[in-house]
Design a protein around this ligand. Sequence first.
Ligand code: FAD
Length: 375
Amino acid sequence: MKAIVIGAGIVGLATARALASRGYSVTVIERSRQAAGASVRNFGMIWPVGQPAGPLYATAMRSRAIWKEICTEAGIWHQENGSLHLAYHDDEQAVLEEFFAANHADRPSLALLPKHQVRDKSSVAVLEGLQAALWSSDELIVDPREALLKLPAFLAEKYGITFQFGVAATRVRSGEVHTADGHVHEANTIVICSGQDFETLYPAVLAQSGITRCKLQMMRTQAQPANIGASLCAGLTLTHYKSFATLPSRAALVNRFEKESPEYLRHGIHVLVSQNQAGEITLGDTHEYGLHHDPFDRTDLNQLVLRYLETFCLLPNSEIQESWHGLYAKMPGDHAWFLHHPEPGVTILNGLGGAGMTLSFGMAETCLSPDGTAS
Ligand SMILES: Cc1cc2nc3c(=O)[nH]c(=O)nc-3n(C[C@H](O)[C@H](O)[C@H](O)COP(=O)(O)OP(=O)(O)OC[C@H]3O[C@@H](n4cnc5c(N)ncnc54)[C@H](O)[C@@H]3O)c2cc1C
């Protein structure tokens, strides 16, 4: 049985792996010479703590286990450094305590740390004014630029997956993929993982799904002199992730941000801090939603990110050496992803939003049945 996967971002790679492990002979067709989309532009955070209890947390943990296995086997750098959510206000502390109370029975990885233990986990967390800290040992980081480069070679070697880079799929029908170089490729199963390209394949289906784009601005510092420990975030992050969305205490926190610093909520800013193998810190981000985005980045939004960063993290070297933006595909409402069959034997898998690195490997395992059909 032959399968073609379109797109060599993390969703395409995870899908290709899942199909190959179900016995398919898999070819991945990717427009770029190497992956250059959302999957290389992110923090590299595998972030289960951001997923709500139940199937999504389970999917994130399944992904985490697969990432760990692959990174170990393929020699991809990764660090199981966990995460800290830092609280400097009563309303932030209330959210952390409520989250811990609701989740610690199912997530033994969680702990509320007293202030004096925070330094053991992070050399850069601001301790002055710190009221509470939620530690989670689930989080893992990879360097997405390295991981997305090495994964195809590993998947080719381990599963015999074939990659065609620099080839754009222009048309898909049941059983066949037409590419811009004039070839027609035949396959029993075709899975389209085209990320934020909604205009090339099945544009009408994607338009009807309500899927949209999100633009995120990011920065990277120069290398720090030492390992900073856990990945960090603070109060704004509690307004962002689904795992906190249903907590009653969250409303007071959002109200305060609306009054004190509405510009952060208006631009979807929350600040995450992750360190890569070179010691550099990846920082961000902003969230702007819509089908069209300005190709230029706003310095004022990056300044807001840096200003908020200082409230909870003091880096020895905060000089910014790179900035960029990424675009990801996002479904409306509570949909964690978009899975649709526009024709027999053709599946569209997309729209994992800000959690594609966290969910993709687990999602592909969950969505593909033993015979490789997606549901
Ligand atoms: C700035 C930023 C930070 C993020 N941080 C995190 C994080 O820390 N943790 C986390 O879990 N998630 C994070 N995310 C989300 C995550 O990166 C995305 O959910 C994920 O990368 C989406 O993967 P994808 O494969 O769908 O898209 P992409 O990585 O964009 O890949 C799609 C690929 O399809 C190819 N393609 C499209 N159309 C065609 C065609 N017709 N023919 C051939 N090839 C085609 C494209 O060239 C592209 O390479 C972040 C995203 C961004 C932008």
